[in-house]
Design a protein around this ligand. Sequence first.
Ligand SMILES: *Cc1c(COP(=O)(O)O)cnc(C)c1O
Length: 392
Amino acid sequence: MLSPRLRTALAAATEDQLVYDLAGVESGFRRLTRELPGVRVRFAMKAAPVPEVLACLVDQGAGFDAASPNEIAQALASGAAPREVHYGNTVKSDEDIADAYRLGVRDFATDSVEDVTAVAVNAPGSRVFCRLATTGTGAVWGLSRKAGCSGEDAVRVLETARSLGLTPSGLSVHVGSQQMTTAAWRDAVDRIADVLVSLAGKGIRLDHVNLGGGLPAHGYYDRAARALNPPVHEIFATIRAGMVRLRQLAPGLDFLIEPGRHLVADHGAIRAHVMRLSSRTQLNGEREHWLYLSCGKFNGLYEIDRLQYRLVFPDHRGDPVPAVIAGPTCDSDDTFGEGRFPVPVPSQLRSGDPVWIMACGAYATSYTTLGFNGFAPLPLAFLPGERVTINV
Ligand SMILES: *Cc1c(COP(=O)(O)O)cnc(C)c1O
């Protein structure tokens, strides 16, 4: 799973850092566009709001899913055309909408009459896509309540859009982050199909469907299975079949997808170091080994409560012992799986030994604190991509 390029870079690193393999990001992008021909990709910026990564994706032809005026400004600064940037957050103030409009954005996600009314006032004439709720079943993070509405609501929202001079342009979904089932996409397509039919009954014909994020990364461990094998090929086949079906209902429909994690997670890895491997007896009398790393929840591994990252100990010393893995801070949340899932680590690890943490390219920098307990954000390093420039 660890590419030779990343392995060489991690081995050469003498200080902690997060290394992005931009050539890996590029080849992952090309694989995605081969799997889903004709689908425009709008990278969900929050997964890696890193200028070098964004520039690399723009070079490949990606647009962006932005969630605030600041993200929109960053998308434009990395070379994206305003028409390739959409405001994908259903949560936005009047002022945010006006700022986005001023920056040239004309595509807005919405999921309520209140929000779409504000879009009509502050971004007149824009296109809106209504987000449908999904169950989130099968995903590591379900994302099922905060954004998205029912099909009936969506019809009402898009009718409101039309009556207020906006263009009812699309429907969107998000099936949940690190979605591991094909059923989730099949279910999303069913919901979209129902709403397309209802909208046609009201004389509303949409021009696109946004398939959202949720595509899984490969490189995490599943705590139960100890290995993770997301069925990506079947997921892509399900999405292709779904697109055929939706185009039968609405000929000429265009498709967007807004992956975050899938495009970057596997192409970033952290070089950290061992703080201490120690053992302590807990109140229940059980003796536990704890491995404290220099990197944890607050400086790169925010998702450690749900994900079991793969660790590599390049200077591995000694027979494996099961240890609970934790970050360097005083916060007890700064622990892999809250201490419930010990993993085998070399028993003779010493303070300062290097540790490599795989598949940290998504949600690492954006979730990093400014220096909780004085543990600073990790410096970034980059392995170059091809930097093929495409005229936008
Ligand atoms: C976070 C987010 C994404 C990306 O999700 P991933 O699971 O990382 O692919 C896409 N679209 C929207 C609207 C989001 O909020």
